[in-house]
Design a protein around this ligand. Structure first.
Ligand code: DGJ
Length: 729
């Protein structure tokens, strides 16, 4: 049993961790413990901190009831003296915002409930157990349901919150965060994954300070600048040692994640929808469901934490045909042609791609009416046969005759000013009354908070998908949200638009997913501007970044790998010199880096020399041999990304097969030998080692490879890379 409710104590166990809370003497739901598995122990020592001496503010002098400000709480509302970030803020109909949440009841739940309209971890085989705790305000009948689910095998605790208004009046929700954990210590580093377009998800490690540290997005999507995955870790934490807590938000819009030290040596962590630009009118009898946060804990460093997330995302977040199946090796025409193509050109690329082992051709931006640049036609999802030189179905048939599948690009959430969509329905874009608004990449954002607009986009997409044999779509989104006003909502609901926008996107994705269950969707947002667990529920791969220079891509993939499975990262071999950085790199390095992702191509193969085509062919062949390992294996970061080289490794579940890659980021001018140790092997197994196709004469034990390592002599200069196959004999 991984969930226990006993003597006012609620315990959730996973294989290696325990999460515990208790109803305290004042009927608050107090946090007791989150960390290494406790088995039968109750962490009641934690509840006995001597608050009296520390905190002069007593809640009630007669009962000596203590201020909630010093109580480690599972959830807390604004107004009664908890001066930390309170996850809930409610404005009642009388204008007051004081809310006092006390424990009401707790119950087991066998099957993890679906979170209405929201992505969330799902239970594939009753491997999870849940508990739902109800807190109630002591004056108004406002009920707060905290849902906790333990996924035992992968050390995951998923949390979400549901608010029910039974007050008899309408209320306004001004903040509803999804989780709150009060840790009984304050010596943490806060790790965030921040960046910008072309350098998404760089890892930053900041020691916890006396001021609050926050990662957040206010751009309407999870954004390039901050990612809704953060880690709180001990000072000594690295890949193999130390304790670390991960928090991943299953949501694709504005978010906040903050850590805040307190005067009593505890730390409050919260995560949820960013309360900035959020208010939600909840009518009497209505329910508000806040999105899920996926928590995990490892007491043996980041590698274990990463494995927990990779495993649970692959098993319990991905859905559909490709949740657990080989992904296609695709070629995308974007960097090959940009907007300048016709079917003849596309077919020539596809033909050459087939010869190197590619199985899917993806037609990117520019295939619909009049779209010859980024200034027009978004929203008019009708095939431009004149530009293509034939109907789309004919192009798809010809691609099919080559033995390839076909994929198509959409940007469903945006419209150009120069489009019939906008001309016919200007009220279906986000635009405040009497203001023209701000264009981004010359386009407006469809009001996804308006079901009529969502329907219209769905119909156009369905028309294309129903009438053509399309097996993949790339779902792009190339701007942030401004002018956040929906003409479909009254004035007092405009604070809901950001959230309703995200729900509208999810609704459209869900409808597409249900109608075309075999379709693979890869999402994208000007590169990797919306890489989060919310999108992964609908689109099990996401274009990682528009930066495909391998020496920079490795840093982006490094940061992304902490939470997100390798098979979720769209990664392509592109041309050299690279279109963004102009750097020249070898095919081998470009493909070694793309193999730490979905592996595909995005270049004009008709312009590649025959020798290079031959190399691309053998690289594809090599990838195919390891595709299952890369997709399902355990991933280890062998170095940080601050060395003169960066290395990573995949190890199969049975530890019989492993592949490591090492990429030089700087010249090794001091001739320091590279002695690379490996991870995750079985100590007493004997392995063959093949470096860049050449097998070493001797054999190695797992323990020797992990503790002594190999002297790598195949790389020396910036941009060189090497791969090491480690195979049990
Ligand atoms: C941005 C994406 O990141 C690119 O891969 C490409 O699809 C363009 N949009 C097309 O406009």
């Amino acid at each position: 049993m991984s969930v226990l409710i006993k003597d006012n104590v609620i315990t959730l166990h996973t294989k290696n961790t325990t999460y515990q809370m208790a109803v305290n003497e004042n009927n608050f739901l107090a946090h007791l413990y989150y960390g290494t598995r406790l088995d039968d122990s109750v962490a009641d020592e934690c509840g006995k901190m001597n608050y009296h001496t520390l905190m002069p503010l007593v809640y009630d002098s007669k009962t000596r009831e203590l201020s909630p400000n010093v109580c480690p709480l599972e959830y807390s509302a604004y107004g009664i003296g908890d001066f930390r970030t309170t996850p809930l803020k409610v404005r009642f109909c009388d204008g007051s915002s004081v809310c006092d949440l006390r424990f009401h009841s707790a119950k087991y739940i066998d099957k993890k409930p679906i979170l209405n309209g929201l992505p969330a971890l799902h239970d594939t085989n009753t491997e999870s157990q849940s508990v739902e705790v109800c807190l109630i305000d002591n004056i108004h009948d406002l009920r707060v349901y905290l849902l906790y689910t333990a996924f035992e095998e992968n050390d995951i605790i998923a949390r979400s919150v549901r608010i029910e208004n039974h007050t008899g009046k309408d209320i306004a929700l001004e903040a509803v965060l999804s989780t709150c954990v009060d840790f009984y210590e304050d010596e943490f580093d806060f790790i965030t994954f921040d960046g910008k377009p072309f350098s998404e998800r760089s890892m930053h490690r900041t020691p916890l300070m006396d001021i609050k540290l926050t990662a957040e997005s206010r751009r309407g999507s999870s954004s390039h600048q901050c990612n809704p995955f953060v880690i709180a870790c001990s000072k000594n934490c690295d890949e193999k040692v130390g304790s670390c807590y991960g928090m991943a938000f299953v949501y694709s819009g504005n978010f906040t994640a903050s850590m805040e030290k307190t005067q009593i040596g505890t730390t409050r962590f919260v995560m949820g929808i960013n309360p900035e630009n959020f208010t939600y009118l909840l009518k009497d009898g209505e329910v508000f469901q806040a999105p899920e946060v996926i928590h995990s804990f490892s007491n043996s460093g980041f590698a274990k934490l990463t494995h927990n997330y990779h495993n649970v995302i692959r098993k319990n977040l991905f859905r559909g045909k490709y949740a657990d199946a080989k992904r296609p090796i695709l070629i995308n025409n974007w960097e090959a042609t940009y907007f300048n193509f016709n079917s003849e050109k596309l077919l020539a690329i596809a033909k050459q791609a087939k010869t190197i082992g590619v199985d899917t051709f993806v037609l990117d931006d520019g295939w619909f009416l009049g779209r010859n640049g980024d200034g027009s036609s978004l929203g008019d999802w009708f095939v431009d046969e004149e530009k293509l030189g034939c109907p789309l179905s004919e192009l798809i048939t010809k691609i099919g005759e080559l033995g390839m599948k076909f994929g198509l690009w959409f940007e469903p959430e945006c419209v150009s000013e120069n489009s019939s969509f906008y001309r016919q329905h200007p009220e279906w874009v986000l635009q405040a009354p009497d203001r023209k608004g701000v264009l981004g990449r010359k386009q407006w954002v469809v009001d996804m908070a308006n079901p009529a607009a969502v329907d219209a986009v769905f119909k156009m997409m369905a028309d294309i998908l129903d009438n053509n044999n399309i097996e993949y779509i790339k779902w792009d989104f190339n701007r942030y949200l401004t002018d956040v006003y929906s003409h479909a909502l009254p004035a007092n609901r405009q604070g809901e638009v950001h959230h309703r926008y995200v729900l509208g996107v999810y609704n459209l994705l869900e409808r597409i997913h249900n109608r075309y269950p075999n379709l693979l969707i890869e999402s994208c947002a000007s590169g990797g501007g919306r890489f989060d667990c919310g999108m992964l529920y609908y689109t099990p791969q996401i274009w990682t970044s528009d930066n495909t220079d391998p020496l920079e891509r490795v840093n982006i993939q490094y940061g992304t790998s902490f939470c997100y499975p390798i098979i979720s990262m769209g990664a392509h071999v592109t041309a050299s010199p690279n279109h963004v950085s102009k750097r020249v790199t070898s095919i081998k390095t470009r493909s070694n880096v793309a193999m730490a992702g979905t592996f595909g191509f995005e270049l004009d193969l008709t312009k590649e020399a025959e020798d290079d085509i031959e190399i691309l062919r053998s690289e594809t062949e090599f990838y195919k041999n390891y595709a299952d390992l890369i997709r399902t294996g355990d991933y280890y970061r062998l170095t940080a990304n601050t060395n003169r080289y960066i290395a990573w490794q995949f190890v199969s579940g049975d530890k019989h097969q492993s592949l490591a890659v090492l990429v030089m980021q700087k010249n090794n001018i001091d001739y320091k030998p590279i002695i690379q140790k490996f991870s995750g092997l079985q100590s007493d197994l004997t392995y063959r080692v093949i470096i860049d196709g050449i097998e070493r004469e001797r054999l190695y034990t797992g323990v020797a490879l992990m503790e002594i390592g190999l002297n790598i002599r195949t790389v020396k200069y910036e941009g060189e890379s090497t791969r090491i196959e480690i195979l049990a004999v």
